[in-house]
Design a binder for this molecule. Structure first.
Ligand code: EPZ
Length: 427
């Protein structure tokens, strides 16, 4: 297994390109199931999860072709086409490797009237149930059966009638599955307390480009009028706001000055607000986000929340930054039950963080020291990289497959702005 070696203490300066958003791409890709016409997605990030989803879609008879892009380019163009579904089952051996596979449930149901998908199971950060996905589809008229580790969904003859559903808890994935099932339903679906994340807006914008009829895009009460069929489209995936926020923390912790090229400031207001409260300068422009830090970092108290609140996916990265702040920060993780696995590893680097349930108390320390550390999940591994960039000495991050799921060519991007970072194969 590869590992990354970082020699800390280098100020990051220059321009860092931001890739297409992983969490948008993973809900735009299954839209190829909703039409027999070609769907072309531009600005797709080169990530393990995208490759995994492509392989999953191939199982259903989706043809996927990657347009030529030079090795040095970031992002790819993929054209997907599903003239005919050859299969409506997502098998355990694929779903267990990538829980976002559950996002084929809604489109398969919408297109074919049936789907059999392995239950995704939990992951490192929590047990990640899918009850809201199933309740929303049932409210739209689907028959749902759970058996032998699979969920089987079927629409009545003639297709899903559509229906109303109020989410008791905001769920990004459940909102996405409901949207992709509703666009081809026979009637109208109203979703209340739907997720409002920019990735949901990206999905709605693509579906509308394919001919769907969706009202109130960007709000929590969505109305979808089903249409008989959808046509193909060409669509550019939104910029990755979490990748951009992660590199903003990296620039700040090194006292650097980095232009995050292609970031969309309008989608990062909660992150920008937290960074400014921490004493980081952030300048918004059409080109992206300039992040620079020339003074002491300040402690920040915050809770994670659904959009437009502070993203849970940014919690570990901000925590790494706050390890170097003057004073004590209190963070509250309200979305997932086990999202502090980066804490023991940060403490091994000299941080002083105490956790109690969903609360973490981060006591700022004068310096972090490099160490051998273990990545445990995607965003936790990024927080270790951020800490390593500021730590004295050498930090070695193991189990890079976590990072490769969500950060396109991380070591190349960080080297572009002056990091002393090297990826080496396992000995
Ligand atoms: C998406 O996961 C993202 N993944 C996650 O990003 C992100 O952390 C999360 O949304 C929250 O923003 C993708 O988009 C591929 P949820 P998702 O359904 O859809 C509970 C990353 O690091 N819940 O919004 O699975 C759930 O347990 C990843 O890029 C139910 O109870 O998240 C959690 O507490 C990690 N029942 C809360 O809702 C359900 O049926 C929010 O989960 C569904 C969810």
């Amino acid at each position: 297994m590869d590992k990354i070696i970082i020699k800390g203490g280098k100020r990051l300066t220059g321009t860092l390109p931001i890739s297409g958003a992983k969490n948008a791409a993973l809900t735009l890709l299954p839209c190829a199931l909703l039409t027999e016409e070609p769907l072309t997605l531009r600005n797709l990030p080169r990530l393990a999860d995208i490759d995994g989803f492509q392989h999953l879609l191939n199982q259903f008879g989706v043809s996927t072709t990657i347009a030529g892009s030079r090795p040095q380019d970031f992002g790819r163009v993929m054209t997907l086409q599903t003239p005919r579904l050859t299969n409506t089952t997502a098998p355990y051996e694929l779903v267990r490797k990538m829980r976002a596979s559950i996002l084929v449930l809604g489109p398969l149901l919408g297109r074919a009237g049936e789907a059999k998908v392995s239950l995704p199971g939990g992951c490192a950060i929590g047990n990640r149930p899918i009850d809201l996905h199933l309740k929303a589809l049932e409210a739209m008229g689907a028959e749902i059966e759970l058996a032998a580790g699979y969920v089987r969904a079927a629409a009545p003859d003639g297709g899903l009638p559509g229906g109303d559903f109020a989410f008791p808890v905001v769920s990004v994935g459940a909102t996405e599955n409901a949207l992709m099932a509703a666009v081809l339903a026979n009637g109208t679906t109203r979703l209340d307390n739907a997720a409002r994340e920019p990735e949901i807006v990206d999905l709605c914008n693509l579906l509308v480009a394919m001919g769907a009829r969706i009202e109130n895009i960007g709000e929590s009460d969505l109305t979808i009028h089903g249409v008989p069929r959808l046509h193909g489209a060409t669509y550019r995936v939104m910029a990755d706001r979490i990748e951009a926020g992660s590199y903003a923390c990296a620039a700040a912790i090194t006292g650097g000055d980095v232009m995050l090229k292609g970031a969309n400031p309008a989608e990062m207001r909660a992150t920008t607000h937290a960074l400014r409260n921490a004493g980081v300068n952030v300048e918004e422009s059409d080109a992206g986000l300039r992040v620079y830090c020339d003074g002491p970092l300040r402690a920040v108290n915050l809770s994670t929340a659904p959009y437009p609140g502070f993203a849970t996916d940014m919690q570990a990265q901000l925590m790494a930054l706050l390890c170097q702040a003057d004073g004590t920060s209190v963070l509250n993780e309200t979305i997932f039950e086990n999202r502090y696995m980066h804490v023991p590893e940060l403490n091994r680097m000299g941080a002083h963080i105490e956790t109690n349930g969903r609360t973490a108390v981060v006591h700022g320390v004068d310096r972090l020291t490099g160490a051998e550390v273990m990545a445990t999940d995607l965003r936790a591994s990024m927080s270790l990289v951020i800490a390593g960039l500021a730590a004295e000495g050498e930090t070695v991050v193991h189990r890079l497959y976590h990072l490769d799921r969500g950060y396109e060519r991380l070591e190349e991007k960080l080297a572009l702005v002056g990091a002393d970072i090297e990826r080496v194969g396992s000995d």
